[in-house]
Design a protein around this ligand. Sequence first.
Ligand code: NDP
Length: 449
Amino acid sequence: MTETFDYDLFVIGAGSGGVRASRIAASHGARVAVAEEFRVGGTCVIRGCVPKKLLVYASHFAHGLEDAAGFGWTIEGKQFDWAKLRDFVASDVDRLERAYTSTLDNNKVDHFHERASVAGPNLVRLASGREIRAKHILIAVGAWPVMPDFPGNEHAITSNEVFHLKAFPKRVVIQGAGYIAMEFAGIFNALGAQVTVVNRSNRILRGYDHDLTERLMAMTEKRGIEYRFDSPICGIEKLADGSLRVALDGHDPIEADVVLVATGRRPKTVGLGLEEAGVKLGANGEVIVDDYGQTSVPSIHAVGDVTDRVQLTPVAIREGHAFADTVFGGKPRTTAYDAIPSAVFSQPPLAAVGLTEMQARDTGAEIKVFTSDFRPMTNMFSTQVERGYYKLVVDAASDKVLGIHMISPEAPEILQAAAIAVKAGLTKADFDATMALHPSMAEELVLMR
Ligand code: NDP
């Protein structure tokens, strides 16, 4: 007797990867349902990339209004209202959630607004107790901020809460010096808060090219951001006036109104029933998958941050799409992890694709490095004398561009196009043969000699 299923695919988690997989699987004719315990859209849309980028834009006005004087503008009475910004951002998140929900509806994907867990290779249990049989299950539950264990950590917030602050803080301590820390350090600093970044190591943005991160540090220090290195937070005490006293290992304590902890995100697999169903997890709780997203249980797949490969939205989307094409579209596809462009929306922003100079040297190949250190025209009349810096890492034997690393205004916008060249394996000679677009910052990419 053939087994009957309620759905061909049950997706747990309606974030970037889950929604894409649902939509594509449905377009291939699958009967699809998705469960989401919080809000449709997932981290990126609800409390990540999208609201963060809107805050970054808002904070750019602070620099822009200052620089405007150099271009002849007199602007009196400028004021910033955090509550207005926060509520505008929240309403845009609502709009996007509706758009994502419509995508599910338009593709006839059933959605359940409750927590779901795995009860067997083909069985999903909803929080309400209802059990659903599915031919395939996709785990797309994402990751969750890690909160280090120290006394008083209940007084700290994570990126989940930072978008909802009641009042704009005058003093902010940020633990961690990765993506989230450096992006929010820039936002709070530009909007007028005193910001201190505290990190356990003596670096910011591990993994990015050192020339870029050193320049970012110098520039952000000039803008007023302070750093305390080799110094984890060892406790937070709430004072009578509501302030937070942050105790550091090896440094004086700092008083703050908000302590934001941004020390990485861990796959959200606790209590999901995966191990009980036979799905193998890694040391960080991540779902272990093969190139096609298949877990140790053939009917269960996983995509996105829950697999802890590359925690980036476009990667989750590609993985979700490839999964749906493979399982329901008859077109087996994997996701390519080479030449993934990335950016940190710090101020100024940083963007990179391919190998850093150090990674390239570590391969043992002979490399050539080309750099451009320039003053962007947009900064000509700025009070901040900030220079841009681009680096090309080139394989000496083949002349192929192995990596591009940039810090400058608009670096992420420029890098997306430049990443095509790295992905396509173009050479330094191809860059040189390309006519410059003048005057622009991007032209530096084809003028490095
Ligand atoms: P990151 O991994 O970027 O940075 C973590 C930071 O916390 C590092 O400075 C690290 O120190 C420190 N750290 C790690 N573990 C501990 C610990 N146990 N105690 C104290 N400090 C610790 O994580 P984020 O939280 O900033 O971001 C999570 C992920 O979200 C990123 O990896 C990224 O993939 C994604 N993201 C992407 C964005 C983008 O594309 N623009 C924006 C925001 C998030 P060190 O490394 O120096 O040892």
